[in-house]
Design a binder for this molecule. Structure first.
Ligand SMILES: Cc1cc2nc3c(=O)[nH]c(=O)nc-3n(C[C@H](O)[C@H](O)[C@H](O)COP(=O)(O)OP(=O)(O)OC[C@H]3O[C@@H](n4cnc5c(N)ncnc54)[C@H](O)[C@@H]3O)c2cc1C
Length: 409
């Protein structure tokens, strides 16, 4: 067991930090203002593509894609990527500059793992090049979607095509003008199949007739331009049978492969957000005096910083352990650790950001620091990719079975 980052990772971290210092931190406020400007709704900040090109030029590109997908992958393991995702996570949305943003990363992994060579040529290659973006279409307003076996949108064979009908919502990224393709999870009815073999995943080009964007939803007070999160109606949407991924009834097999890495990437980024929040907090409390004492000298403030350090470090170690288990044993075997970190990281980041907000005084609630945004992101990430309770329920079941298999001593 080695708790140090390897020389390769140290080098990448140094290069990534230098890149963020030069290209990302300086434009953060300008980009955020642009995306919050109602006159610029659903437009992409014009500097985005330039920064992507620079990241690609210096080899900080697609670093999320594990080495088993070489030659597409630049060759890192999940364990090596984790500390890089943490650094990217310090600036909300920065992972896009490195082509490491959700939901594209999960969709790229699906296409790399399960796509045919034709599907890969048509969709994976432009995604890997950062020329287009994508959405993952699962959640529905009509059913409890944390249990994805409830999903009702139908995928029905008809001649050489499948026809898709249903209502979806919370679909991230579809308002982005670069979003050209969706991967949709729906039901391919088969009364004889068990509950987990009744769903499939299918590729749908965004410009297919029959797709209506009903409305963008807001998360607290923001619509998260330029991607948004949308309610969508699919009415007799027709795509060729060749667009089905892997085969009828194999949707959950794919979902398991996709959500593991996706979940852990969110957790890595949350650790970066929490780390940045506590660093901001330290600077603030060192420069403010209240009741004759620096805030940094108040014991409750020191406790808050100490607790934040402990919790960040715990979450970081657990994330690295989960990433290592994914590399060694595969996502399926690592599912307990993946669930554990998905439960731990968002709540940890929310708590740390909450302490930092409080220590900042009223300024903590503004957009003058990244802390309030970190707090909100951590909160909604306790829901996105499945609510905490669903992960706890599955993890609890798994662990009860595991402990029961042990002899009672
Ligand atoms: C910002 C954001 C972005 C998102 N992006 C996408 C996206 O791109 N694509 C997509 O398809 N979806 C997306 N989602 C949707 C998200 O994945 C779902 O909201 C989530 O899976 C929960 O489904 P639901 O909303 O139907 O809640 P429900 O399934 O109705 O669950 C409601 C509540 O029931 C409780 N609950 C559920 N299961 C259990 C249990 N086993 N034990 C105890 N309590 C339980 C939990 O408290 C849960 O929050 C996004 C959501 C958010 C907030």
């Amino acid at each position: 067991m080695d708790f140090e980052y390897s020389d390769k990772v140290q080098d990448l971290r140094t290069r990534l930090t230098a890149f963020m210092d030069e290209h990302v931190y300086p434009i953060e406020a300008e980009r955020d203002h642009f995306h919050e400007d109602p006159a610029k709704l659903w437009q992409v900040w014009p500097g985005t593509e330039g920064i992507k090109a620079k990241a690609r030029e210096v080899g900080l590109w697609n670093v999320f894609l594990p080495h088993e997908y070489e030659p597409w992958s630049p060759g890192l393991t999940n364990l090596e990527y984790a500390p890089l995702a943490e650094l990217m996570g310090r600036v909300f949305g920065a992972s896009e500059y490195f082509n490491c943003a959700a939901p594209d990363t999960g969709n790229m992994e699906i296409l790399a793992k399960y796509g045919t060579s034709k599907q890969q040529k048509q969709w994976l290659e432009p995604l890997l090049a950062g020329d287009i973006r994508s959405a993952y279409v699962m959640t529905e307003p009509g059913v409890a979607s944390s249990d994805a076996t409830n999903i009702e949108t139908s995928i029905i064979p008809d001649g050489d095509d499948y026809v898709i009908n249903g209502r979806k919502w919370w679909i991230s990224g579809v308002m982005d003008p670069r979003c050209k393709v969706y991967i949709l999870l729906g039901r391919t009815p088969n009364a004889d199949a068990p509950r987990h073999r009744q769903h499939s995943q299918i590729i749908i080009p965004a410009d297919t007739p029959g797709i209506e964007i009903v409305r963008p939803l807001n998360v607290f007070e923001s619509v998260h331009s330029p991607g948004g999160h949308c309610e969508m109606q699919f009415t007799n949407v027709r795509v060729p049978k060749a667009n089905l991924l892997l085969g009828e009834g194999r949707g959950f097999e794919i979902a398991q492969g996709r959500l593991g890495p996706g979940r852990i990437h969110h957790c890595m980024r949350l650790i970066g957000q929490a780390q940045r929040a506590v660093e901001y907090m330290a600077h603030r409390v060192d420069s403010r005096v209240a009741f004759g004492k620096k805030l940094a000298d108040q014991s409750s403030i020191r406790q808050d910083i100490a607790l934040s350090f402990c919790e960040i470090e715990q979450a970081r170690l657990l994330t690295l352990k989960a990433a290592d288990a994914m590399d060694r044993y595969g996502n399926k075997v690592a599912k307990d650790l993946i669930a554990a970190i998905k439960i731990v990281a968002p709540t940890m980041a929310q708590r740390v950001a909450d302490r930092a907000m409080q220590a900042f005084g009223a300024m903590g609630f503004t957009k003058d620091t990244p802390i309030a945004a970190a707090f909100l992101a951590a909160r909604f990430l306790r829901m996105a990719d499945g609510p905490d309770e669903a992960h706890m329920s599955q993890l609890g079941k798994l662990k009860i079975a595991e402990y029961l298999a042990l002899p009672r001593r």
